[in-house]
Design a protein around this ligand. Structure first.
Ligand SMILES: Cc1cc2nc3c(=O)[nH]c(=O)nc-3n(C[C@H](O)[C@H](O)[C@H](O)COP(=O)(O)O)c2cc1C
Length: 204
């Protein structure tokens, strides 16, 4: 299923086609693809090259997989267990010298973004989730103080719509929406819309 972005300006196909499904096929993600995802994250930029990310990889069938699904919240618990691969992203909150790293979350998000684009280009889909019990994740994976679990990232091949409850099946087909330009693209001062070209190029 495609939910192509209706882009007004040209963007890469991989960005246009990316979306966050809830329906996943049971086909496992190939090991080499998993390592490519981690490689993509590894080479993402970070403040001071601190690389504050870690990733805890769990595949369906692993001892930890079902336990991770159990600590997802609300609707996440209903669908994410169908994905063959769940990755918990974790941020290290301090720099090497022990001072706080204010960019830790930013950097982990960016590493996951790179991972997502790598995944999309390999034919995989990705759905990030903040809806989980981070305290329970800390206990489950023995995450030390000074590190925060940030997101659970579901990854796999699209499919298995029929395994979703009816309401979630319907949500799969809902159009993707975005803010308009003048809500986020500014010039001169915050809140002042950036002037947009009259005729947008053929991006869609
Ligand atoms: C940090 C973060 C947390 C998210 N948490 C959840 C979540 O707990 N459950 C969920 O269904 N989707 C979650 N999402 C997915 C977003 O809802 C989704 O990316 C957004 O609606 C845009 O849809 P799209 O990715 O298909 O373009 C999260 C995404 C991000 C980046």
């Amino acid at each position: 299923m495609r939910k192509t972005a209706t882009s007004e300006f040209p963007i890469l196909d991989v960005l246009k086609e990316r979306w966050s499904p809830r329906a996943y096929d049971s086909q496992p993600v190939e090991d080499e693809k998993i390592w490519s995802l981690l490689e993509a994250a590894r080479w993402s930029p970070s403040g001071g090259n601190a690389q504050p990310w870690s990733f805890i990889v769990t595949r369906k069938g692993d001892a930890t997989f079902d336990k991770l699904v159990d600590i997802l919240s609300g609707n996440n618990k209903k669908w994410a267990g169908n994905a063959p691969l769940l990755i918990l992203s974790v941020a290290k909150l301090t720099r090497a010298d022990g001072s706080p790293n204010p960019y830790a979350y930013y950097d982990v998000g960016q590493a996951v973004a790179h991972m997502s684009i790598q995944a999309e280009s390999a034919g995989l889909r990705v759905h990030q989730m903040a809806g989980f019990d981070s305290q329970q994740a800390r206990t489950l994976f023995e995450i030390p103080t000074g590190y925060d679990p940030i997101t659970v990232v579901a990854i796999g091949y699209f499919g298995g719509l029929d395994k979703l409850p009816e309401d979630l099946q319907q949500r799969e087909t809902v159009d993707r929406s975005r803010k308009t330009w003048n809500e986020f693209a500014f010039e001169g001062k915050f809140g002042q819309p950036l002037t947009k070209p009259e005729a947008a190029s053929s991006g869609s």
